[in-house]
Design a protein around this ligand. Structure first.
Ligand SMILES: Cc1cc2nc3c(=O)[nH]c(=O)nc-3n(C[C@H](O)[C@H](O)[C@H](O)COP(=O)(O)OP(=O)(O)OC[C@H]3O[C@@H](n4cnc5c(N)ncnc54)[C@H](O)[C@@H]3O)c2cc1C
Length: 443
């Protein structure tokens, strides 16, 4: 009988790297991708330039496979956009691997014939993967599963308590959960001359602030308000020149300049409770009844969360706070430290009570956002070695991660889950801001 394949969920950077490592060990693999192309999530932020250079965005095993297919490696020191990452690396890799099934959305993972509760014979059964595709529903079996389906589709709501604010659904047409592409004429006219509120403090929010403040200089009737949940933007702008990823440091410095010298009004201590109509506009009300009114558009960039619903029949051991594997969580918890303290990790930290099941990539970080592609490449190198029975290689660490230059541990983490970026906490910045106490009160 032929051995069932390892199933990888998601043809993003980490899922494809997993498939490359499986290929390198001659382990049959199938990659199931809900989108129509490789890097379907990355393509949705095609206009954003990464803060990592090409040298940190290509898995070494993937590069070996691509080299055999006449791929010309992009220049190491260049910083691609999401669109270039997908076009020049992810799609060629998927094509070279030839194991990706597009428009195959995984809707459930289980043990064959065993629900979550059943012990009997569980360890002898393969996994069953339930799939929805244009041809209908399918089920395939797998000897192991690597869930690298990311968190892109799980944007956090604006509501300060983690649930949609009252009115968030009703006013959805004026709320965006993605960084606007202001080079697009339609998008530009949506925001030009408007009062735009940006919520969140991570790299995505900072990218949005930089773009919108530029727009406000070009179209001076544009107003930008920046909502920050905690009492100070703190170290949201990162380690600047101390950051070992210079472009990540530079992004923070540009955002800080936009906020300090630019047309951005910073409103701290604002946790959104309600969004309501304010004539033709919107009014945002916080949990302590502060108000931001006259709002035309909201850009909510308050982080992402993993979709665990497809894993309801898999025995997971997740940290109750971060929704990341329990052993991994203390290494990435933005409540207690910065990215710089995250050390490379692999199969051991990513293991669950369900043998052969692993979360990898962005999804393995749960609600923490300090994830770097490099980390994911190391994760799947180790996980695939473990699946292959090569425990020595699985335990080996083959990566040094760049430091952020931000020293963490403030315990003041709030909405560092800004999406796509690195974690923040620590020191107080010199940026001027409006404390929520100075805003008008509701009612
Ligand atoms: C704007 C932004 C900028 C970033 N910049 C950097 C950077 O400069 N450097 C860096 O190292 N990292 C960066 N990151 C972080 C990280 O490296 C990327 O998010 C990366 O894309 C994560 O890869 P992934 O494979 O884990 O997930 P994803 O890229 O999200 O890929 C997951 C894939 O799974 C698919 N999928 C989802 N659900 C299902 C399902 N149920 N069934 C089948 N398929 C499914 C999706 O369509 C997607 O193709 C950035 C992230 C963002 C959002």
């Amino acid at each position: 009988m032929t051995e069932s394949p390892v199933v990888v969920i998601g043809a993003g950077p980490v899922g494809l790297a997993a498939a490359a490592h499986l290929d390198g060990r001659n382990i049959p693999a199938i990659v199931l991708e809900s989108g129509t192309v490789a890097g379907a999530a990355v393509k949705q932020w095609a206009h954003i330039r990464l803060f990592s250079p090409w040298s940190e965005l290509i898995d070494p095993q993937a590069a070996k496979i691509l080299a055999q297919h006449g791929w010309s490696e992009p220049p190491n020191e260049h910083y691609p956009t999401g669109g270039e990452w997908a076009r020049d690396y992810l799609q060629p890799l998927a094509d070279a691997l030839g194991v990706v099934r597009y428009e195959h959305t995984v809707v459930g993972v289980s043990r064959r014939g065993r629900d979550l509760v059943v012990d009997a014979g569980r360890e002898h059964e393969p996994f069953t993967i339930h799939i929805s595709s244009p041809d209908g529903e399918h089920r395939i079996v797998a000897r192991a599963v690597i869930d690298a389906s990311g968190t892109w589709h799980g944007a956090n709501p604006l509501g300060g308590d983690g649930l949609p604010a009252v009115g968030e659904h009703a006013h959805a047409a004026r709320i965006a959960y993605r960084v606007p592409d202001l080079t697009d004429a339609e998008m530009r006219s949506r925001y030009a001359g408007k009062h735009v509120v940006v919520a969140g403090t991570g790299a995505s929010a900072q990218t949005a602030l930089i773009g919108l403040s530029r727009l406000a200089r070009e179209v001076p009737s544009t107003r930008v308000s920046w909502l920050v949940r905690r009492s100070s933007p703190g170290a949201a702008f990162g380690g600047g020149e101390q950051d070992e990823l210079p472009e990540r440091g530079a992004l923070g410095a540009r955002a800080q300049a936009a906020v300090t010298d630019g047309p951005v009004t910073t409103i701290t201590g604002f946790r959104t409770s309600t969004i309501e109509a304010d004539g033709e506009r919107l009014r945002l009300v916080s949990f302590d009844d502060s108000v931001v009114d006259g709002v035309d558009e909201v850009v909510a960039l308050t982080g992402f969360r993993p979709d665990l619903s497809i894993l309801s029949e898999v025995r997971l051991d997740l940290d109750p706070v971060l929704q990341a594997p329990r052993t991994l969580a203390p290494l990435i918890d933005p409540n207690v430290h910065s990215c710089g303290t995250v050390y490379p990790h692999g199969a051991k930290e990513l293991a669950h009570p369900e043998p052969g099941f692993y979360l990898a990539g962005m999804k393995s970080y749960g609600r923490a956002t300090s994830f770097l592609a490099l980390t994911g490449f190391e994760q799947v190198r180790s996980v695939v070695a473990e699946i292959a029975g090569d425990h020595e290689a699985a335990a080996r660490v083959e990566l040094t991660l760049p430091e952020t230059g931000v020293c963490g541990g403030s315990g003041d983490f709030d909405d560092a889950t800004g999406g796509g970026g690195c974690c923040v906490p620590a020191a107080t910045s010199t940026v001027g801001f409006i404390d929520v106490g100075t805003l008008s009160r509701h009612r």
